[in-house]
Design a protein around this ligand. Structure first.
Ligand code: GDP
Ligand code: ZN
Length: 332
């Protein structure tokens, strides 16, 4: 993959500069048929070549994060002539066009994300760990490495913070303890984001905007703009804008991720996305064990022995019930 080019976020290609050459860049903003593409020569507002619109009927043709080839028109605008293959996507099931429509169309939230960063507060608001479990499943299902950011550590003791989030470190997720207020952990977070396209998610009020600002003073205004734009249509708008990171890389602030349907996950497949539960599943007596009542269930035995945290087991059962409910609705 080409290196991310946001460090060259130098403004728009000036009108009058005639560029015949095709350029490769990253889509960092999408708005009603227009895509703003960061290229090595600057940003270009682009339309999509007509022929491309007929391809990929089951998914979005171009999304934020896509690597594209553009043909500059010479006036600061351009035409997207090719969308490069995606490494992976973060998607959700698009809302049906009308209630009877059962087709499942994928709506891409972000193309080519490198990692997910899930931000929760140690306090104010108290962390909703069931939501974290849900986000982690979505990340596992998308093969997206996940990083957990436990913010507002200044409001609790380190012991309290670790009592809340330490479990996730034992499962194997990296947990960063940060405070946008005191600056603790902010350098470490910046380091993890540099050179990557990171999807940032978490409940509102946990300090996502404050962390982005703390990481790069001077970005302030821009971040505020983004979060206002995205909170306006909370339930409909899921398309984020990429915020460039000093030193290269982008952050996609995605409030819509919270509402994300667990796209494409079968109930029986869910346990595979719990790295702490997964190893025990093979030892269950029945291959279709639901880990609720069956004799010889290795998962329940592991919970009883303290090898699986009861809260994670509970999350698995709840999410499974949720997916089964969704399936029933779809078959009705
Ligand atoms: P967002 O909704 O996740 O973007 O959260 P904001 O960045 O808007 O922060 C919500 C509130 O929490 C604001 O009043 C911030 O000043 C406060 N806040 C953010 N980070 C911290 C932190 O590390 N410590 C403390 N004590 N407050 C914080
Ligand atoms: Zn079982």
């Amino acid at each position: 993959m080409c290196p991310l080019d946001s460090s060259r976020h130098l403004g728009y290609v000036s009108p009058g500069v005639y560029l015949m050459e095709r350029l490769t860049g990253t889509v960092f903003r999408a708005h009603s048929g227009f895509f703003t593409v960061q290229t090595p020569a600057g940003a270009l507002v682009c339309r999509l070549r007509g022929r491309l619109r007929k391809e990929r009927l089951d998914t979005d043709i171009v999304a934020v994060g896509d690597r594209v080839v553009v043909e500059p028109a010479g006036d600061g605008t351009g035409l997207i002539v090719e969308v490069l293959p995606r490494t992976r996507v973060l998607s959700r099931r698009a809302p049906p066009a009308h209630p009877d429509d059962r087709r499942q169309v994928e709506q891409v939230i972000v193309a080519n994300p490198d990692q997910a960063v899930f931000v929760f507060a140690c306090a104010q608001p108290a962390p909703h760990l069931r939501m974290l479990d849900r986000l982690l499943v979505a990340a596992e299902a998308a093969s997206l490495p996940a990083l957990i950011c436990a913010n507002k550590v200044d409001l609790v003791t380190l012991e309290e913070a670790q009592a809340l989030f330490g479990l996730y470190a034992t499962i194997g997720y990296e947990v960063l303890y940060t405070s946008a207020k005191t600056g603790v952990g902010v350098d470490a977070l910046r380091q993890r984001l540099t050179g990557k396209l990171s999807v940032l998610s978490g409940p509102s009020g946990v300090g996502k905007t404050s962390l982005l600002n703390a990481m790069q003073p001077g970005l302030g205004l821009q971040v505020r703009e983004v979060s206002q734009a995205t909170t306006k249509g909370r339930h409909t708008t899921v398309v984020p804008e990429l915020v460039p990171i000093a030193g290269g890389g982008y952050v996609a602030d995605t409030p819509g991720l919270r509402a994300m349907a667990l796209w494409d996950i079968e109930p029986g497949e869910l346990e595979a996305y719990f790295p702490d539960i997964r190893p025990f599943v093979a030892e269950c007596e029945f291959s279709d064990c639901t880990h609720t009542h069956e004799p010889g269930c290795a998962v329940r035995a592991a919970v009883a022995r303290g090898q699986i945290h009861p809260a994670r087991y509970e999350s698995l059962l709840r999410l499974r019930a949720e997916i089964e409910e969704e399936l029933k609705k779809a078959l009705r």
